[in-house]
Each structure stands twice: as structure tokens, then as C-alpha cells.
Design a protein around this ligand. Sequence first.
Ligand SMILES: Nc1ncnc2c1ncn2[C@@H]1O[C@H](COP(=O)(O)OP(=O)(O)O)[C@@H](O)[C@H]1O
Ligand SMILES: [Mg+2]
Length: 244
Amino acid sequence: MIGHILHINHVCKNFGGNVAVSDISFSVDEKQIFGLIGPNGAGKTTLFNCITGFYPVTSGTIIFDNKKINNLRPDQVCHLGMARTWQRVKPLGSLTVLENVMIGAFSVTNVTREAEEIAIEQLASVGLSDYAAKFAGSLPIGLKKKLELARVLATRPKMLLLDEICGGLNHTETDGILTIIREVRNKGATIVFIEHDMKAVTSICDSIVVLNSGEKLAEGRPEEITKNPEVIAAYLGGGQNAND
Ligand SMILES: Nc1ncnc2c1ncn2[C@@H]1O[C@H](COP(=O)(O)OP(=O)(O)O)[C@@H](O)[C@H]1O
Ligand SMILES: [Mg+2]
């Protein structure tokens, strides 16, 4: 039976007087690819930071895998099986690609040889085996994004939160990342995906929530979201749906 793995219940996050996330509620099913979209400043990254323990919520609760997680530290959330990527990828440039992925693996083992085995396996799964010995800082952005995926996969997550993992990539690179994401889901993980490229979002997501100015504007299947007049006005308006 597939059930919910993540519940966001009335979550608010204020920065002083600035309400970045306002009374957001939604649930994510196990093994879903779930899209979180909305214009810049909508509160998407802030919500990720709340879910993954980087920011305390102002109010509301976050339940992951039947546990309340909104007072936990990022490392504790990671140990429960949740991993996130960063909008601005920041590998440790003076370490090798393999070493960067081993850092992820050290969250599931203390044994160096095991961490190396996990890292080798995850580098293969994202197509970076040939780059294992290169310095991470030398990789172009498309490969840095794959490295970021391999690093979080090495933590063996039940759930991955991907913050604009396709940002700055061309179509071919984006398709490569989407293929990896589908494979990861097919192996049993759940994915929450922040992305601006609507074609990518609608092609891969089972379900989508749209944020606008910190509020939930809409929720539904991709075909419902792309037809929703409020979503079109707030987000898709700028020429992406030229018919409207
Ligand atoms: N650390 C912070 N301190 C103050 N304001 C912040 C902080 N992080 C985000 N914000 C504000 O929260 C709002 C939402 O930002 P963000 O979550 O980054 O949006 P998105 O990821 O959807 O583009 C913005 O108004 C932003 O300025
Ligand atoms: Mg963001």
C-alpha cells in the first residue's frame, strides 16, 4: 500500500515582518515525483529549508515517515532518510569527485572502504564514473549537478528534495537529469522537485503545488495546473502559454 510519506501542515515561516511561507499544507505520496513551482521569491527554497531542518518553522508541523521533524537539526533529518540538493551547487572543489560523494556516504557508514563502494556505485548511477578522480571544482555546471545528485543519493535517502537541479542546464542535460530522477523513483525513493522549466515539470511530476508570494495558489495533476487560470495569470503568463 502506498501512503503519504510527507505531510506539511499549516506551515508558516516569517523573517521579521516578511512572511516567506504562509499557511502551507500539502501531502506527498510515497514514490511520487512531486513538483513545487512558483515565481522567484514564492517561498519554495524557504519551505525546503524548513523541511530539512535548516530553518525552524514559525508555526505549523512537518511530518516525515510518521515522525514530527520540525524541531530536528539538518543532520538528524538526513539520518531519517531525507536528502536535499542546493539551488547553487557547491561541491568541495579541492576534493575529487569521488571524495565529494564519499562525504554523502559517510552519513550511512563509518567505514572508508564501504563509503568508497557506495560512492563508486552512485557515480555510476549518474554517469560520472569517468570523472571520479577529477577535482570537483573543475567540472562544468551540468556535471556538477550530477555530482550533487550522486552525493545525496549516497546518503541512501527515502526522499530527495531537489532545488532547481536543472537550473542553468540545456535541454540535453535536463533530459539526462530527468532520466536519473525517474530511475531513482523507480528504485523506490520519493522526490520533491523545485523547477522552473514547465516542460520538465509537467513531463515528470505526478502532482504539483504552486506557491505564489508564500501562499499555496493551486495543487493538482500537471494537466490541471497548466490549465488553471490563476496559475496562468500568476506564473505562466509571461509568454509560456501564448494562447492565453
Ligand atoms: N534567510 C532569509 N532572511 C530573510 N528573508 C529571506 C531569507 N530567505 C528567504 N527570504 C525571503 O523569503 C522569500 C522567499 O524566498 P525563497 O524561499 O528563496 O523563494 P523561491 O525559492 O521561491 O525563489 C523572499 O522574499 C526572500 O527574500
Ligand atoms: Mg529558490
